[in-house]
Design a protein around this ligand. Structure first.
Ligand code: UT7
Length: 336
């Protein structure tokens, strides 16, 4: 961090999920699968999916309202909006601009979207941290939202079983008590293996020129390769994140990981030597909600009494890119 950096306070967090529940049993109507196969390989029992006109924007607006409410800030106070979304309802206008209007946030502040897939919230937080540290902006709204279900091939049983829809939001602000809620933050990418999860935009070349090969327009994933990569990299990465912060695993109260596969979460848990009480999982109910999954797990963990505020937590995520990241945070009372 830069010298004389202004510390960051996490002021409010919220989430939103669609009402509609689709269980593993429901998916047997689409293809040859079973609750047993899905649950034992992933830890997922059901997921929430957008229906009708719901989408990542409506979920994002709802999550942002809740985060703003908890933060005690007003729409007028927000100076920048950053949205992390890799499965958005449209590429532009940016979801950030749509949320600005929907929440009556002043229409002369900047708003933009970033693409870092399931690591999106941590990437967005790292950008916000830089802006706050430098004094450029004081109050920033971060939203992580994806409508994966609209971009899946619902005949692809190895990929479509995994995902759900949802949104998370965080309001961060310059800390006025000198305490930085970000104890440590790190983001990474390795584009050389980028094709193991991808989502191509459909489109055609100008009719006057040679056409390109038709591409699949749905989320495509080589699940085995993703699994192998993450299981190899993530446990050691999280261990190093803690060591680089001059901390020990036992100094931190909770592990709140991206909810992609229960077996991957357990591999990180084992490496840190954490008991189940310290590890927050809700993949069983929501599946993989991409960028939303970390704030969703965090706030739901608080609602269920599993996570006690006034504690510290490691947030860690990975996703298409491949991207990954981790953050050790202070969770103050009243943030959700
Ligand atoms: O944020 C995004 C991150 N993504 C991930 O974290 C994904 C990580 N990867 C995984 O979680 C696992 O790779 C999956 C759960 C996606 C798949 O598990 P797998 O053990 O790697 O299965 P596989 O794709 O290698 O398939 C094994 C078998 C195949 O049958 P054969 O060829 O052995 O006869 C598949 O056709 O399982 C079959 N299969 C299924 N069977 C029943 C694949 N999907 C299904 C299904 N139900 N839904």
């Amino acid at each position: 961090m830069i010298n004389n950096a202004i510390p960051l306070r996490i002021a409010g967090i919220g989430y939103s999920v669609p009402e509609t529940v689709v269980t593993n049993e429901d998916l047997t109507k689409l293809y040859d699968t079973s609750d047993e196969w899905i649950y034992t390989r992933t830890g997922i029992k059901e997921r929430r999916l957008v229906s009708g006109n719901e989408d990542a924007l409506s979920l994002g607006v709802d999550a942002a309202k809740k985060a703003l409410d908890k933060s005690g800030l007003k729409p007028d106070d927000i100076e920048l909006i950053i949205v992390a979304s890799s499965a958005p309802p449209q590429l532009y206008p940016a979801i950030g601009c749509r949320i600005q209007t929907a929440l009556n946030i002043p229409n002369n502040i900047p708003a933009f979207d970033i693409t870092a897939a399931c690591s999106g919230l941590i990437y967005a937080l790292s950008i916000a941290r830089g802006y706050i540290a430098s004094g450029m902006y004081k109050n920033i709204l971060l939203v992580a939202t994806d409508n994966n279900s609209r971009l899946l091939d619902w005949s692809d049983r190895s990929c479509s079983i995994l995902f759900g829809d949802g949104a998370g939001a965080m309001v961060v602000t310059a800390s006025d008590d000198g305490v930085d809620d970000i104890i440590s933050l790190d983001i990474r990418a390795d584009g050389s293996i980028g094709d193991i999860i991808q989502l191509n935009l459909q489109g055609k070349n100008c009719p006057l020129v040679e056409q390109r090969e038709e591409s699949n327009q749905y989320i495509q994933m080589n699940g085995k390769e993703v699994y192998r990569f993450v299981a190899r990299v993530l446990p050691e990465y999280v261990e190093n994140l803690i060591a680089n912060a001059n901390m020990k695993a036992e100094d931190i109260d909770y592990l709140i990981p991206h909810q992609a596969n229960l077996r991957i979460i357990q591999a990180v848990q084992e490496r840190l030597g954490y008991a189940n009480e310290k590890v927050v999982t809700n993949i069983e109910k929501y599946g993989n909600t991409s960028a939303a999954s970390i704030p969703l797990a965090l706030v739901e963990g608080v609602e269920k009494g599993k996570v006690k505020l006034g504690a510290t937590a490691i947030l860690t995520g990975f996703g298409a890119g491949m991207t990954w990241g981790g953050c050790i945070v202070r969770l103050r009372e009243g943030i959700c």
